[in-house]
Design a protein around this ligand. Sequence first.
Ligand SMILES: *[C@@H]1O[C@H](CO)[C@@H](O)[C@H](O)[C@H]1NC(C)=O
Length: 288
Amino acid sequence: MLPTEVPQSHPGPSALLLLQLLLPPTSAFFPNIWSLLAAPGSITHQDLTEEAALNVTLQLFLEQPPPGRPPLRLEDFLGRTLLADDLFAAYFGPGSSRRFRAALGEVSRANAAQDSLPTSRNDPDLHFDAERLGQGRARLVGALRETVVAARALDHTLARQRLGAALHALQDFYSHSNWVELGEQQPHPHLLWPRQELQNLAQVADPTCSDCEELSCPRNWLGFTLLTSGYFGTHPPKPPGCKTGPSSLHPGLQPSAKPPGRQGFLQAAGHHPSLQPELCPGHHGQHG
Ligand SMILES: *[C@@H]1O[C@H](CO)[C@@H](O)[C@H](O)[C@H]1NC(C)=O
């Protein structure tokens, strides 16, 4: 998960830095309304962020046994929904995880805000849209760097905001690109390592699917072998030719349910049969 991939020399300290971000409190935990409203089986940015943070925390607690207390046992947590209270009780003993949850709420709200703030919601480079994957990667790496710099300067609020932004972009890469459709099962090896160019990228002018007149065309991207992204919004406009539509690549949809847009789709959020536009936090930003 993230801490081992942040460009740092020692995974241990960077994991600790990230954990520190989650410790001091500044606000209350905010339940994720989208997790209740979204289509069945869908996952929101907030859900992913919170689950990943709990995973990383468990990993850290396992690696660094609590001084003067029995070590945690992985088998006590396998196959169960991780809860902050359980993790903290096992590590620190009786007490509250309220401050941790508050800090995690800051991270996940900053993540969600990337879809709702006017300054960020339409910027393709913050969402891996519009065939600008190289630019998106540069912004993602920049946000991770800012996270670490702010954490080192003990500016935890800023660090949590930048971490939320970085995680949003990271999640968008996998949901707005065809990485999964290309058959990849592992994280992109160069996404967080800016020295290596991203390879095999589709260009703006490349058609990425075959034209299709149906409302939903779940198979018309097959055979496309370059890494491509969806389009969202009007800037930059979707070029002519068949381009993958954004709704098809929404994080809430499973890979198998991600048809690309047919020719002419600009804002396809409302066109997916199983997804109402108002239930699509990724493209309407009414949440968070
Ligand atoms: C959390 O860990 C579980 C078990 O390893 C894994 O199945 C799940 O995908 C992880 N979730 C995230 C968001 O990393």
